[in-house]
Write a protein that binds this ligand. Structure first.
Ligand code: ADP
Ligand code: MG
Length: 825
């Protein structure tokens, strides 16, 4: 075939140098015609010359100008695929999959030649020439082969998104490319961005000594009229989006509508509402069957619940909790959302909106986790005589271009991942987007003809938006990131050429935590202070650290997972870690009642739920595992009952959280099996309660992971203030903290506890509390202990303000029956 002949034509000595051979591509006339309309085609020569002359080239071009689909083809045709693969990274899985299919189709090549790889899934073969992948996949490949010898070109796509892994990749490639060239194996780097703001890459001396050339692609953009709302709805922006869409559909000329919301649940909610308002009779089901109707959702729910009773299907392609593979804002498994927003009765315009319009509305959802065949529908023309309406998350902002859009409805918000500074646990928050991204959204309306963008917020609010979305790396703790980089053998993270570096404090805190978890080698404790400090910032990774790096949770929890194989504790550790990672599992018990009547019901409910939680906490040994035992009990009980929404409602559990836990348990099980195949865990959703022996083991594992969250009850003789009674001292805080009244250990007040997080309300409260034994501390957390002569303090141990927990060297501390063998790799 063509590629093979192309390869033959290259003389041996030229093989790895500049390609000179034109590799023909056999495109269909329709594809050829569509291509010629793309603005990037006009720049092909400029781009290819820049690539030829420079190790690194930056391309800026409006979304839809053809970067993702065409640049790999330019390179292929210029012969770059004959000396290695052309690799393209995407921050989103959806883009990697759908773009590989599109390019394969355009080039008339099979998917074994134009392939994709996302974590745990892909169709790459030995024939692959063009490979789309997520940024996390390439990062893992760099770990195996730093020089990326399989590739002749790496294209970093969607660089404007500034996802952490894209940033790191650019930093790494800025070193890899010169190295390859030095070794006589030339390699090209291309960075593609949908915005013109590329100075962080081009004018960063640490990254590139010679600033790379920037090729700008002028997109033919038709004017888009932007309409602001007079008022800004603070809560019900989906309702507002519904009304606006209805109005556009009823009153404005033909043209597709694209609605931007923040997440999967909102997208489905609005789709259902719109479909109900503008029913669309499916004539020939084969072509336009939507596959995603309310009935289908219902069916989906039913089969899902049925499945809950049997063994869970471990979900291989749903590895989204993993930071490495993701830049996925719509990760939340919330398809199961209640249908309450379907009810049009509560909005005054509802009846009017239900009026039968002459043109049916063809409503399609679009978000990252949507099945590829469902996603593909947005690219096809809508059934004749209908108007297309795509309800999307911000995947439609830059990653995918939907044809035929004339109207954009923008809620102005985005769902972002936030990292809790205390726990390192991530959560999602809906917040205002940036001006740059709002303008990107508006631009979607002007691809084929002049369009309109309806912003569901006022121009004053828009004025307050930040100009650009900040790089993700600046707004999250970085211990997981530092661990991943150490796993790549980048020991001096502090010297790494980040396009935007994280703060020094964040890096120091991350290294300290990783050292204390045993993920990094302990630096020497002698020498000059300065040298010691420097050494603390360049510790290499340990085998334990490598195991931890492969788990998709924060390093504290990863440590627990890596210890979990002992005493058959793994299924419990996995369940506990999953439950701790998914937040707000339990209904809040002290929520205020709305009315007198409700109040008495609430008192009853509270009593019942408290009793239930007491039951889950168990007695004796298991009670000491505290709140984590309650979580474990809740997960087990819920699975036993088939994880039904009713069970959750009756027992004060958040259904969505339980479904998410179940999914995470599957994912974590896969991850653990991948690290230690010999363990071979499988998750039985219906866990039998742990034995007493296992509970002790679990408590130690939890201590090993949450060691920096250790607290000791304040003793009588230390009480400076009676208010401190039952208060705890922690290494990092000067003020006492307390066990939350909702905790299983509230009345028990054990002497030593570890906690998951501290929240501050009327007092500082620890949540997710588990009791530990003092004598475990020097054994399991020697790094926090001071051994040797008694210290000046009269107390057996105290927490110093520097954060070190010190204790006496006492023989009793060493007489611990429990051994936690080091993990072997
Ligand atoms: P960019 O990366 O610059 O945003 P793309 O290369 O993704 O641009 O898209 C170029 C064009 O190809 C767009 O007009 C888009 O509509 C079209 N396109 C992309 N994917 C598909 C697809 N799966 N089916 C049909 N058209 C597509
Ligand atoms: Mg693109």
């Amino acid at each position: 075939t063509q590629e093979v002949t192309a390869e033959k034509k290259i003389p041996e000595d030229k093989k790895l140098s500049e390609p000179a051979v034109f590799v023909p591509v056999d495109r269909s006339p329709e594809v050829q015609e569509a291509r010629l309309k793309l603005p990037i085609l006009a720049e092909e020569q400029v781009i290819m010359e820049a690539v030829k002359e420079n190790p690194c080239t930056v391309i800026c071009g409006e979304t839809g100008s053809g970067k993702t689909t065409q640049v790999p083809q330019f390179l292929y045709e210029a012969g770059y695929a004959s000396s290695g693969m052309i690799g393209i990274t995407e921050p989103r899985r959806v883009a990697a999959v759908s773009m590989s299919h599109r390019v394969a189709k355009e080039m008339n090549l099979p998917t074994r030649v134009v392939s994709y790889q996302i974590r745990y899934e892909g169709n790459v073969t030995s024939d692959t020439k063009i490979k789309f992948m997520t940024d996390g996949v390439l990062l893992k490949e760099i770990q195996k082969d730093f020089l990326l010898q399989k590739y002749s070109v790496i294209i970093i796509d969607e660089a404007h998104e500034r996802s952490v892994y894209t940033d790191i990749l650019i930093g790494l490639l800025s070193r890899i490319v010169p190295l390859r060239n030095k070794k006589g194996m030339p390699m090209k780097l291309m960075v593609m961005s949908a915005t013109l703001r590329v100075e962080d890459f081009t004018e960063n001396q640490k990254l590139f000594r010679n600033p790379p050339p920037v090729v700008k692609v002028d997109a033919r953009q038709f004017p888009v009229t932007v309409h602001f709302n007079k008022r800004t709805p603070l809560e019900d922006y989906t309702g507002e989006a519904f009304h606006k869409t209805c109005k556009i559909h009823r009153m404005l000329p033909p043209g597709g509508i694209l609605v931007f919301l923040t997440g999967q649940a909102e997208v489905h909610g609005l789709c259902r509402r719109l479909r109900k308002a503008f029913p669309f009779r499916r004539a020939n089901t084969a072509e336009c069957e939507d596959g995603d109707t309310a009935e289908d959702m219902q069916k989906f729910k039913k089969t899902k619940h049925k499945k809950m009773v049997s063994l869970p299907r471990i979900d291989l392609d749903n590895y989204s909790a993993l930071p490495l593979d993701e830049g996925d804002e719509d990760r939340e498994a919330d398809i199961e959302d209640g249908d309450s927003d379907l009810d049009l009765g509560d909005d005054p315009a509802g009846t009017e909106d239900k009026s039968d319009p002459s043109i049916p509305l063809y409503v399609l959802p679009l978000y990252s986790l949507l099945a590829p065949n469902q996603q593909a529908k947005v690219f096809r023309p809508p059934p004749p005589g209908t108007r297309l309406c795509v309800v999307a998350t911000n995947v439609a902002e830059t990653s995918l271009t939907i044809p035929g859009i004339k109207y954009v409805v923008d809620c102005g918000r985005v769902k972002k991942r936030f990292y809790d500074r205390v726990t390192g646990v991530s959560s999602f928050k809906v917040m205002w987007t940036s001006q740059a991204s709002a303008n990107q959204r508006a631009g979607r309306a002007g691809r084929t003809e002049p369009g309109h963008c309806y912003r569901l917020y006022s121009s004053a609010v828009f004025g307050d938006f930040s100009l650009f979305s900040e790089a993700e790396i600046t707004r999250r703790p970085v211990e997981d990131l530092v661990l991943q980089m150490k796993d790549l053998n980048i020991d001096k993270v502090i010297n790494f050429p980040f396009p935007t570096p994280p703060s020094f404090e964040a890096l120091v805190a991350a290294e300290e935590l990783l050292i204390s978890l045993g993920a990094l080698e302990e630096p020497p404790r002698s020498g000059r202070v300065k040298e010691m400090q420097r050494a603390r910032l360049s510790c290499p990774i340990t085998p334990l650290g490598r195991a931890m790096a492969s788990f998709p949770v924060s390093p504290r929890y990863a440590k627990m997972l890596s210890l979990g194989k002992q005493q058959d504790c793994l299924p419990y550790v996995i369940a506990v870690v999953a439950a701790m990672t998914v937040r707000e599992l339990f209904e809040e018990l002290d929520r205020p009642a709305g009315s007198e009547d409700e109040s008495s019901k609430l008192v009853q409910r509270r009593a019942r739920l408290t009793q239930m939680r007491r039951l889950w906490a168990g007695q004796g040994a298991s009670l000491l595992l505290g709140d984590l035992m309650v979580m474990l009990g809740a997960v087990g009980a819920c699975e036993f009952a088939g994880c039904s929404p009713k069970f959750c409602e009756d027992n004060g559990l958040r259904y969505k959280a339980m479904v998410e836990i179940r999914r995470l348990r599957g994912q974590l099980t896969n991850a653990v099996n991948a690290v230690c195949p010999e363990v071979g865990v499988f998750v039985d959703p219906k866990m039998t309660p742990p034995t007493e022996h296992q509970v002790v083991c679990l408590r130690q594992i939890v201590l090993a992971g949450l060691g920096d969250h250790l607290a000791r009850r304040i003793r009588e003789e230390e009480l400076l203030d009676p208010k401190w009674r039952n208060g705890y001292k922690t290494p990092l805080l000067d003020d006492p903290v307390f066990i939350h009244p909702s905790s299983a250990l509230f009345k028990k007040v054990p002497e030593f506890v570890v906690y998951q997080e501290i929240t501050e309300t009327s007092k500082m409260y620890m949540r997710g509390v588990s009791a530990v034994e003092a004598e475990w501390v020097p054994q399991l957390l020697p790094q926090y202990c001071h051994f040797g002569a008694p210290l000046e303090s009269p107390l057996p141990w105290f927490c110093s303000s520097s954060g070190t927990v010190r204790c006496h060297c006492s023989s009793t501390f060493f007489r611990v029956g429990w051994q936690l063998p080091a993990i072997e790799m």
